[in-house]
Design a protein around this ligand. Sequence first.
Ligand code: SF4
Length: 451
Amino acid sequence: MKKDLLSTEDFEPPSPTVGLGESKVAKNSECPPQVKTQKKNANVISIQKISSVPRFRTGPRSLAFRKGFFPEVSLAEWNNWHWQLKHRIRDMESLSKLLLLSEDERLALSRESHPLPVAITPYYASLLDKENPAQPVRRTVVPVTDEYFTSPGEAEDPLGEEHDSPVPGLVHRYPDRVLFLVTDFCSTYCRYCTRSRIVGGGKGSPVNAAQWEKAIAYIERTPAVRDVLFSGGDPLTLSDEVLEWLISRVRNIRHVELLRIGTKVPVVLPQRITPALVRMLKKYHPIWMSIHFTHPDELTPETNQACERLADGGIPLGSQTVLLSGVNDDVETMKKLVHGLLKIRVKPYYLYQCDPILGSSHFRTPVEKGLEIIRGLRGFTTGYAVPHYVIDAPGGGGKIPLLPEYFIGRSGDDLLLRNYEGKVFSYPEPARRDGTERSAEAIGQEAGAAP
Ligand code: SF4
C-alpha cells in the first residue's frame, strides 16, 4: 500500500539547467539535478497529506516490463519522470538487453556517430516488440542503416526554418505567430525528426538563457505576434520552474493572446504530466497543446491518464501525426489511432506528410497514401476524427492542405460534388446578387473547405 502511495510525481524541485540541451544532460547523466534535489526533498513527501497525493496508474505492459527488466526498481521510481529521464536507453549495449536486435539495427547502432542521438525512455521501451524489428513503434525510435542514405531532394533544414529566424531559436514564418524553440532536448528521439539538425546537441546553436532573452525581446517588439508556439526539442522536458519562467515571460507580453506547446512527452514520458505541472500551466490560459502521436500502440493507460490530466486542466489537446511508411500508412491503423485519440479527448489535428530530412526516404510515403487515408476516414467516421492532411512546403512555403477531389466540376449553374461513397451529387448554386460569377478556383476552394 505504502509503495503504491509513493507512486506519485507531484514534486518538482527547481532546476534551471535541465532541459537546456542534450550535451548538458549528457554531462549530468549520472543524476540530473532534479533527481538529486528530489532525494534531498524526500521529507517533503512524508509531510504531505498522503491521502491527498494522487497516484499514477501503471498499465499492464509497462508493469510486466519493469518486473522483467528493472526488478529492483520500485513502482514509485518507475513512475517518477526524473527516474525515467535518468535511465533512458542510449546505446546498443543497453538496447540489446531489452530487444533482439536485427543485424541492420546493430550496424546502425554501432556507427560512431548518428544523424540524431539515440534515446528511449524505459517506459516507451516497454511498448517495443522484443523480437520484431518491423514493429511500427520500434521503427520510430530504433535506428537502421537507411538513416545514412541521402536521397535527392532531402536536406538538413528542408523547411527553411533558419531562413525565417530573426533571432536564433525563433522562427517567424506566418504573419501572426512564431515558433519558439526553447530546448534542443527530447526524452526520446524520433528517427524521422524534422529538427534532427538541432535536437540532441545537433549542429545548431545550443539553446541557452541568452537565446531565450533574445527571442522574448523579439516577441516583445513585434506586435503582430499574437500566438507563440513553444517547441524544440520538447518543452515539457524542462523543469516546472524553468517552463513557468518562460511561459510567464511570454504571457506578460500584452499582444500575445495564445500560447501553444508542441510535445511528445505525454506519449513517451507520460509520468511527466504531474498535477503540479498542470496546476502551473492552468495559471497561464489560454494554453493549447499539440501532442505528437504516431501509432495506436501508444494509447496506453499511462498516456490516457496524462491526457486526462491535461484536459481536466482545461488545455485543449490536438494530435499531430507524421505519416510514416510501414508505421501508420494504412486506413485501418489510422482509424484505430484517431478513434483512440478522441476517446482520450485529443482531437486529431494534423496528418503531416513526412518532411524530406536527410536519410528519411525509408519513412516517406507517396502523397497518394495520405489522400487514401483521408478518403478512408472522411464520411466513414465522425468529422472530429479526421485530421488536416498537410505538406509543409520545402523551402519555407508553410503548411499546404491536401484534399481528395470532392469538387469535380460544374453542370450549368450547379456544382458537381463527389461524396465519401464516390457518388456524384449536384448542388444548386444561389444566384449572386451582383450578377457576377465566382471563379472555378474560388468554387473549388469553397467545396474543398466544406467540413
Ligand atoms: S519529440 Fe519532436 S522534436 Fe523530439 S525527436 Fe521527436 S519529433 Fe523531434
